[in-house]
Design a protein around this ligand. Structure first.
Ligand code: NDP
Length: 452
């Protein structure tokens, strides 16, 4: 890296020595910006990179709640308000035991550039808690959400900061969070997105991240004279993003043969048909069961338990395309080597930062098309932006209209990242394309607004 970018990276290493995920996200980003930094003296002059890597505000708070046996439980809550350069802070809430400051900051950092790519006026933020909703009753989840929002509500608002869902935060949690916000503030506003359709939600919001991932991947493939129809796909995870990725892949004629959760994976050579996907949706969203049960229900399905010390078996199956939709760093060096050996031609990142730096280099070095998360999973926040627009206008748009808007946004993102890749890096380097295209707009807005 050049002196300028190296200095910024070293500063991050020194200031936040234990924040590995944040460091990784900054490193990948700076590697792309390194290619244009010499042509942008104003970026150095105004210390844009230094400011971008320092959150505007970090909020951490205690979340006390009472479990079903009457015991007091304590979790930690977070909201990272990373950048309001191009709009109110916007980004999801994650409830997962692994949540810490480093994970929150990496997610908030990436969100800034992702939101910029959508073309909508949204800044970047992220939040959540180390609370684990798994195995908790509805009443416990509600009490936790109410306590979490009791503090969070003083920091957010429809023109200030608009959270949404992420891992462990789906329709149920958003409903409880919204209810408590409304009760405390006595305001019915679009302060959260991903709301139920009966109280201000948008059509296609649950589907948006998965659908958008497939739309963008399809655009990349078509640009190369390739297609989804008739092709075999690997999908990891079995939550919101994975489910709607499978739905859209099926609709476009592809066959999906895997799904997973943190306990293990299923391999269904015959393909996860719409009927089987319906079973998965009930299993995961209503019964809150495990993916293992899929292998017990359907014949000819293999279940492989997860061993965190071994390569992830999802990426060790012959296929055309792969869609990581579970979590960060789920594709490491050995997994990337397996994907290359198995003939995978495209990796579409549904999850945020699913590839380690080494894995990314192996994939791209071997000609695998990489659709980076900042672009590929931007459909979720894009439709969240459309939900905000509908809330402000007190309107509700049809499924067809929102789906069309989503397709337009994903096609625009494809054009922008391809053009930026070709202009500033190499053709097909969508990682550089997304980082540079996302960066340019935020950087211009920051320069225009002075030192804030
Ligand atoms: P969900 O909670 O609905 O599903 C997450 C899935 O990933 C579950 O199957 C879960 O398994 C699995 N998973 C979670 N953590 C781990 C882990 N540490 N190791 C292995 N498997 C894990 O979340 P989403 O589908 O909403 O999110 C998935 C990814 O997509 C995340 O990276 C998120 O940041 C990203 N994303 C989500 C968006 C959205 O709109 N929801 C928007 C943009 C990105 P288990 O049930 O065992 O925990």
């Amino acid at each position: 890296m050049r002196d300028e970018t190296q200095r910024v990276y070293e500063h991050v290493l020194k200031t936040d020595p234990d924040q590995k995920e944040f460091q990784q996200a900054v490193y990948t980003f700076l590697q792309s910006i390194d290619k244009i930094i010499d042509e942008l003296p104003e970026v150095s002059y105004h210390k844009i990179l230094e400011r971008m890597t320092e959150p505007e505000r970090m909020i951490m708070f205690r979340v006390p709640w009472i479990d079903d046996s009457g015991r007091v439980q304590i979790n930690r809550g977070y909201r990272i308000e990373m950048s309001s350069a191009i709009g109110p802070y916007k980004g999801g809430l994650r409830f997962h035991p692994s949540v810490n400051l480093s994970i929150m900051k990496f997610l908030a950092f990436e969100q800034v550039f992702k939101n910029s790519l959508t073309g909508l006026p949204m800044g970047g933020g992220k939040g959540g808690s180390d609370f684990n909703p798994k195995g908790k009753s509805d009443a416990e989840v509600m009490r936790f959400c109410q306590s979490f929002m009791t503090e969070l509500c003083r920091h957010i608002g429809p023109d200030t900061d608009v959270p949404a869902g992420d891992i462990g935060v789906g329709g149920r949690e958003i409903g409880y969070l919204f209810g408590q916000y409304k009760r405390i503030r006595n305001e019915f506003t679009g302060v959260l997105t991903g709301k139920g359709m009966d109280f201000g939600g948008s059509n296609i919001r649950p589907e948006a991240t998965g659908y958008g991932l497939v739309y963008l991947s399809d655009a990349i493939l078509r640009g190369k004279g390739m297609e989804l129809n008739g092709k075999t796909c690997l999908v990891s995870g079995s939550g919101n993003v994975a489910q709607y990725t499978v739905e859209k892949l099926n609709a476009l004629g592809a066959k999906v043969v895997t799904l997973s959760d943190s306990s293990g994976m299923i391999y269904d050579e015959a393909g996860i048909t719409p009927e089987k996907l319906g079973y998965v949706m009930t299993l995961k969203n209503v019964k809150r069961g495990r993916i293992k049960e899929y292998a017990e229900k359907y014949n000819g399905v293999t279940y492989i338990p997860r061993n965190p010390d071994e390569p992830n078996p999802v990426w060790n199956i012959k296929a055309d395309y792969a869609f990581p939709c579970a979590t960060q760093n789920e594709i490491l060096k050995a997994d990337a080597e397996n994907l290359v050996r198995n003939g995978v031609k495209l990796v579409g990142e549904g999850a945020n930062m699913p590839c380690s730096v080494e894995a990314e280099n192996i994939l791209m070095g071997n000609g695998v098309l990489l659709a980076p998360a900042k672009a590929a999973n931007a459909g979720g926040v894009a439709v969240s932006g459309l939900e905000m627009a509908q809330n402000s206008a007190r309107m509700s748009w049809s499924r067809e209209r929102v789906d069309q808007e989503l397709q337009n946004i994903m096609n625009n993102i494809y054009r922008n990242i391809s053009e930026a890749a070709e202009t500033y890096s190499e053709k097909d380097n969508y990682v550089d394309g997304a980082n540079i295209a996302g960066f340019m707009k935020v950087s211009r807005a920051m320069i225009a607004q002075g030192y804030v």
